[in-house]
Design a protein around this ligand. Structure first.
Ligand SMILES: N[C@@H]1[C@@H](O)[C@H](O)[C@@H](COP(=O)(O)O)O[C@@H]1O
Length: 273
């Protein structure tokens, strides 16, 4: 796992966007795992800038969303199908036919979950999975105690998650109680993953995920098992990392090479020690 600490949220978005852009430039039909929530918005904003500058195009790229609520209409503004369409597909110019969100409205949710897994496999797997992290350490909607081997399935949302997401709804009662989410096993199958976090509310979860023991109680700790995982955080989300100085030193002394060419230049304000 590579841990990148950057001064602020804008730098976090730019750094992670550079990884997405590099993959899409190399492979225009790349399969991108798409996350919702506030964390990846800086990534999408920087990618939009690159699209507008004609540096990259998502017209042939494919996308799979991480998760979806169960129990709200598809056209609800906070369904993840709506959010992905509004915040990712339209601004970045994906072909809507190439982007799939788990179907939380299906008559048979188990069948829909299995079909979603099959669609990822048929696409050749995910090239790069974008991830945020919940304050309780969840990935997608894999709440604490989710199996590291789990696949796309129905989950019950934790109360903390419902409270955190209530800001997107009129009231806590309006927040769905269930969801369909890619499993941790599904996420670990992506060829590369990049997790972004900003702000003090994520500091505990980041420390537990990066430096704590492997534990289903901290679902994001599953990323320790991934061979090509990058965690990109701002100073506030990095606040509880014991080895922060080591991560800064590593970044400042990064050897050059094909795997490292995606990294943009460090901002002048980056704190290296
Ligand atoms: N299901 C999503 C996750 O995919 C997201 O990473 C996380 C953090 O959200 P945010 O980025 O808004 O803090 O919680 C949400 O509920």
């Amino acid at each position: 796992m590579e841990v990148i600490i950057l001064p602020d949220a804008v730098d976090v978005g730019r750094f992670a966007a550079a990884k997405v852009a590099a993959i899409v430039a190399r492979k225009p039909s790349a399969v991108i795992g798409l996350a919702t929530g506030s964390s990846p918005r800086g990534i999408y904003a920087d990618l939009r800038r690159r699209v507008d500058a004609r540096e990259i195009s998502f017209s042939r790229a494919r996308g799979f969303a991480l998760d979806e609520y169960v129990g709200i209409p598809l056209d609800h503004p906070e369904s993840y199908a709506s959010v992905i369409a509004r915040e990712v597909v339209e601004p970045l110019g994906f072909d809507p036919a190439n982007v799939r969100v788990p179907d939380g409205r299906a008559a048979d949710l188990d069948v829909a979950a299995a079909e979603f897994e099959a669609a990822i496999a048929a696409a050749g797997g995910v090239d790069l999975q974008i991830l945020g992290i919940g304050a309780n350490g969840h990935l997608g909607f894999n709440e604490p105690t989710s199996s590291f081997a789990s696949r796309t399935r129905i989950k019950t949302l934790a109360q903390l998650t419902r409270q955190d997401n209530a800001r997107f709804f009129d009231s806590l009662d309006d927040v769905p109680t269930h969801c369909m989410t890619q499993g941790l096993g599904t996420i670990l199958d992506a060829r590369e993953v990049v997790l972004v976090a900003q702000g003090p509310a994520k500091a505990d979860a980041i420390a537990a995920a990066v430096e704590g023991p492997l534990s289903a109680f901290v679902p994001a700790s599953a990323l320790q098992l991934h061979a090509h995982a990058t965690v990109v955080v701002d100073e506030e989300s990095a606040a509880n990392l014991t080895l922060a100085d080591y991560y800064r030193y590593t970044l400042a002394h990064k050897p050059s090479g094909p795997r490292h060419t995606f990294a943009p230049a460090l901002p002048a304000s980056a704190q290296l020690w």
